[in-house]
Design a binder for this molecule. Structure first.
Ligand SMILES: Cc1cc2nc3c(=O)[nH]c(=O)nc-3n(C[C@H](O)[C@H](O)[C@H](O)COP(=O)(O)O)c2cc1C
Length: 343
C-alpha cells in the first residue's frame, strides 16, 4: 500500500454543494477501490491524503490530476510500502475548514495557505518537467544526468541592450512580456520545453521525435513577431533570432547544494547558441544547421534554402546553415542591416 498527500487550488469558485458532491463521489469510489483518507478544503485550497493499494491509488490520483475543478496540484509526499492505514475508517472524510470552529484549525489553515502560495510562486520559475515530477510525487533533485538526443532551440532579441536603454522601463518590460508570451505559446503548443529564460531570449528543447514541431515553433514565432511589428509603437523594434540544431545533450541537474538548474548541456547546446548568433549576420531570422537537417531526414515541410557555411568560434569544423523560404523569416530591406556577410 502507499499513502499520498497533495495540495491544489480551486480552478473556479466551488459552492458548498459542489464540495460535498466531490466528497460523496470520493466515498463511493474509494469504498469500491479500498481507498481511505481525508480531504480538507479551505478558501480556494484542497489538501488531500489518500491511502490504499498502489494500483487503485495510482488510478484514482490520475483521475484527480485530470479534474478541472482544481489546478496547481502539488504532491507533497508519497510514502511507499506502508503497512498500516492512518485513516482506516474514512473512505474520504471531507472537511470544509471554514465550517470548523476549533481554534487548533487556525494554524492548519495558515500552513495550507502558505504552502500553496509558495508552491504557486516557485512553479512559475521552474521548468515544467520539474513541476510535473513534483506533481507526481517524484523528487527531481535525485535525478541523474542522462544522455539524450534532442532538438535545442535558442532565441534572442536583437539589440536588446539598446532597447533597454532607449525605451522606458515600462515599455521595455511590456516588449519582453509580448515576446515571451509569443515564444512560450508556440514552444509549448509544439510540445517543446522551455528550460531557461535568458533575460532577452530562451533556451528550449524538443524530444527528437518532435523535430518537425521544433521547426514549426520557430516558424510560428517568426510569423507572430512579424505581425507584432505592424504596431506603430515600440513593438515595431521587436526582432529576434532563432537558432536550431539537434544532437546529443546531457540532461539533468547542475549547480550546487544551494541552487540547482535542471537543464541541458553539451556541444549541441553551444552549437544552438552559435547558430542563433549567425541570425544577426545573415538575412534570415530563423536558422538551423546541417545536424538538424540530418535528423530531419526527408521530412521537409517547407522549401529550404542554404544560407552558407559557417565556422563556429573556436572550432575547426565548418557547418552548413539553412533557413526556409518564407517572407516573414527574411529580414526586409532596411529592417536589419546585413552587417557581417556570412561566408
Ligand atoms: C479535490 C478533489 C479530490 C477528489 N478525490 C477523489 C477521491 O478520493 N476519489 C475519487 O474517486 N475521486 C475523487 N475526486 C473526483 C475525481 O477527480 C473524479 O471526478 C471521479 O473519481 C470520477 O468518478 P466517476 O468516474 O465515478 O464519475 C476528487 C476530485 C477533486 C477535485
Amino acid at each position: 500500500m502507499k499513502r499520498l498527500s497533495y495540495i491544489s487550488r480551486f480552478s473556479r469558485p466551488l459552492s458548498r454543494e459542489e464540495l460535498l458532491q466531490i466528497g460523496e463521489v470520493s466515498v463511493r469510489n474509494n469504498k469500491r477501490d479500498n481507498l481511505t483518507g481525508v480531504l480538507f478544503s479551505f478558501n480556494d485550497i484542497f489538501y488531500q491524503i489518500l491511502e490504499g493499494p498502489d494500483d487503485k491509488l495510482d488510478m484514482c490520483y490520475s483521475r484527480i490530476l485530470k479534474d478541472n475543478r482544481h489546478k496547481d496540484i502539488y504532491c507533497l509526499e508519497i510514502e511507499e510500502n506502508i503497512q498500516e492505514r492512518k485513516y482506516p475508517d474514512w473512505a474520504m472524510k471531507t472537511i470544509i475548514l471554514e465550517e470548523t470552529s476549533d481554534s487548533l484549525i487556525v494554524p492548519l489553515r495558515n500552513i495550507l495557505n502558505t504552502i500553496t502560495k509558495n508552491y504557486y510562486i516557485f512553479s512559475k520559475y521552474l521548468p515544467s518537467e520539474v513541476i510535473h515530477a513534483v506533481q507526481n510525487g517524484y523528487n527531481p533533485i535525485e535525478w541523474d544526468f542522462e544522455s539524450q538526443e534532442c532538438v535545442v532551440l535558442f532565441t534572442d532579441i536583437f539589440s536588446s541592450s539598446t532597447l533597454a536603454e532607449k525605451l522606458s522601463p515600462r515599455e521595455f518590460q511590456n516588449l519582453l512580456a509580448v515576446y515571451y508570451n509569443i515564444v512560450n505559446e508556440h514552444i509549448v503548443k509544439n510540445d517543446g520545453e522551455i528550460l531557461k529564460l535568458t533575460g532577452d531570449g530562451i533556451l528550449a528543447y524538443f524530444d527528437i521525435s518532435k523535430i518537425e514541431n521544433s521547426l514549426n515553433a520557430g516558424i510560428e514565432i517568426c510569423r507572430e513577431l512579424e505581425k507584432v511589428r505592424d504596431n506603430t509603437n515600440y513593438l515595431r523594434f521587436l526582432y529576434s533570432g532563432i537558432g536550431i540544431t539537434a544532437g546529443k545533450v546531457l540532461k539533468g541537474n547542475i549547480g550546487s547544494e544551494n541552487k540547482y538548474d535542471y537543464t541541458v548541456i553539451g556541444d549541441t547546446v553551444n552549437r544552438a547558441a552559435r547558430v542563433e548568433n549567425v541570425s544577426r549576420k545573415a538575412n534570415y531570422f530563423l536558422i538551423f544547421d546541417q545536424y538538424f537537417l540530418d535528423y530531419l531526414k526527408n521530412n521537409l515541410p517547407y522549401p529550404i534554402v542554404k544560407i552558407g557555411n559557417y565556422r563556429p568560434k573556436g572550432k575547426t569544423e565548418i557547418i552548413s546553415i539553412f533557413s526556409i523560404e518564407e517572407e516573414f523569416v527574411r529580414k526586409k530591406e532596411g529592417s536589419f542591416k546585413n552587417r557581417i556577410t556570412v561566408k
